[in-house]
Design a protein around this ligand. Sequence first.
Ligand code: SF4
Length: 214
Amino acid sequence: MMGERDFRSVIQNAVGSIEKELEIKVDSKDIQTIHLKEVVQCLRRSYYDRIEPEEIERSGFNDLLSGLLRKLQYGSESKEFVIDDIKLKGQADMMVDDSILLFRSALDELESPYANDILYINACMWIYNKENGVIIYITGDKKETAFSLTRNKKMFEEVVRRVRVLNDLLKEQKTPILEPSTECSECQYYERCFMKKKNTKTSLVKILGIGNKD
Ligand code: SF4
């Protein structure tokens, strides 16, 4: 009979293979092409992904939604935006009635969209030359929350700046500075940036001396 450990690794392998098939492929040698997904996340993480990659632990099907939609016949083709000698490559999930659509999974209904999703959809509006976009979050129990946005130049300029920074650092082989955020706790490079992960519960027990008889 299959043990819990084997079962878990079978699921992880299956999720990993599907996600690899669906993810946006980055040619790590082509540093003159920067992908939009690289600059809306921590630049240090994107740098490591190209220079010294480490596999990310994949645990569920939550992140597969947008990849699946892009692969379907009504998914949108990727497009490039030229910034001097650099190409910024982006891909919207879908385009309907001249609006960019982005689908993301969420654990709960959200009050406002995530910052990196706003940066992503806003940049897509410039790359595809569209004025409007909608981010749709879908929870595990199929609740949807949609946020409409119109394009914003200042925000896109910030993305362009980040494209140039990542391109320069890749050229110079210099590691970007830390960008501490909630993304860090899920990041596969956490231990490179900070410290070895520890079981906080155990540490706290030790720190407080709970259970010490003397
Ligand atoms: S741990 Fe945080 S700062 Fe370090 S690469 Fe990951 S996201 Fe960036």
